[in-house]
Design a protein around this ligand. Structure first.
Ligand SMILES: *Cc1c(COP(=O)(O)O)cnc(C)c1O
Length: 348
């Protein structure tokens, strides 16, 4: 009999980000800031020092140490990944077993369900409330009733830009002691409800962070998992030994070595996000059945039955945003870009 692809991959198609030429790209939640010339030089120097004939440092010690210093946590709690995306795949493939259940909360980041399905882990999809907030009590009940081995969600959330406050997340983690809670804090640099500094107090908490959003390093592919030493040891044991290449480690160390610069980036992005929200709010308030929540990330999410038409209208004007979760997800850009997207939306 001829070779057959495994059933689980037969109908998959490659991930395809929005195509075409756009004058304004606000669709991928990237940073609008590019590194200044002095930092580019330091990154290039970091790359130049890489030993090209040798395998990279399997522990990525320097970037892990600098990351830990930036957040004031112990470096022994940190694992580096080829983007946090790789870490999501690793958690699904290695910390869970075929037939285990993992709970996701819809709408949320699509990669959780994708990698879980690839690992033949059963995905239990809990729903958010109609206003897209998470009902923590209902979620605890879902985890308990299904006997799930893991729960994964983003906080604050991509795509809703809504957040669950730290006290509620604590209560959630403590209420499901036999379930691994994977807390994806990809956007927590833009909000102040992180559990990063207390992660060691929990047996069942694993936090994900990334350099792709707040730090403007999406091209590097560098993300981190933070968890107690037992979980961290397991992650180190199961990861691909050389998962973070030397170029990324070299350039990443240069960036992470400048905490003041990173804080400045976060401040500028938060200011732009607030500016985008201020511009969009009066426009959205003028539409029927439309709603924009106070954003906790670097993007706004506008719920509206008219989303598809607005998305196409923006596209026709050369502006890329994301059509998702019953609305538009628009990333904060430069002040001119924010101005322009607001102008076009108001005209539409
Ligand atoms: C962007 C994003 C990531 C992926 O980050 P990488 O480090 O670039 O792989 C992870 N989680 C969420 C929720 C994201 O939006």
């Amino acid at each position: 009999m001829a070779y057959q692809l495994a059933a689980k991959v037969r109908d998959l198609t490659p991930y395809d980000p929005i195509e075409g030429n756009y004058r304004i790209r606000l669709d991928a939640n990237e940073s609008f800031l590019t590194p200044p010339a002095w930092l580019q030089r330091e990154m290039e120097e970091g790359i130049r020092q890489a030993m090209f004939n040798r395998y990279p440092d399997p522990k990525a010690e320097k970037v892990c140490r600098l990351f830990a210093q930036y957040y004031g946590i112990g470096e022994e709690l940190v694992t580096a990944g080829n983007g946090s995306d790789e870490l999501i795949m690793l958690i699904a493939a290695a910390l869970l077993e075929k037939g285990d259940k993992v709970v996701t909360v819809l709408p949320d980041f699509s990669m959780y369900a994708f990698y879980s399905a690839l690992s033949e882990v059963e995905v239990v999809e809990a729903q958010k409330r109609d206003d897209l907030t998470i009902d923590v009590d209902a979620l605890i009940e879902t985890v308990q009733q299904t006997g799930a081995r893991a729960l994964i969600f983003s906080n604050p959330c991509n795509p809703t830009s809504l957040g669950v406050e730290a006290e509620e997340v604590r209560r959630l983690v403590r209420s499901v002691p036999s379930c691994l809670v994977v807390l994806d804090e990809a956007y927590m640099d833009f909000w102040d409800q992180s559990l990063l500094n207390e992660v060691e107090q929990y047996d069942n908490l694993l936090i994900l962070r990334t350099c792709s959003k707040a730090f403007g390093m999406a091209a590097l592919r560098l993300g981190f998992a933070v968890a107690n030493p037992t979980l961290t040891k397991a992650l180190h044991a199961v990861k691909s030994p050389y998962n973070v290449n030397s170029l990324t480690q070299g350039a990443g160390a240069a960036v992470l070595g400048h905490p003041d610069y990173l804080r400045e980036c976060v401040g500028k992005i938060v200011a732009s996000r607030d500016d985008l929200y201020q511009k969009m709010k009066p426009i959205v308030d003028g539409w029927q059945d439309a709603y924009i929540a106070v954003p906790r990330t670097n993007f706004v999410h506008i719920r509206t039955p008219d989303a598809k038409r607005l998305f196409e209208g923006l596209k026709a004007e050369g502006i890329a945003v994301r059509l998702i979760a019953g609305g538009l997800r628009i990333c904060a850009g430069t002040s001119q870009e924010n101005q322009e997207v607001a102008r076009v939306l108001a005209a539409l």
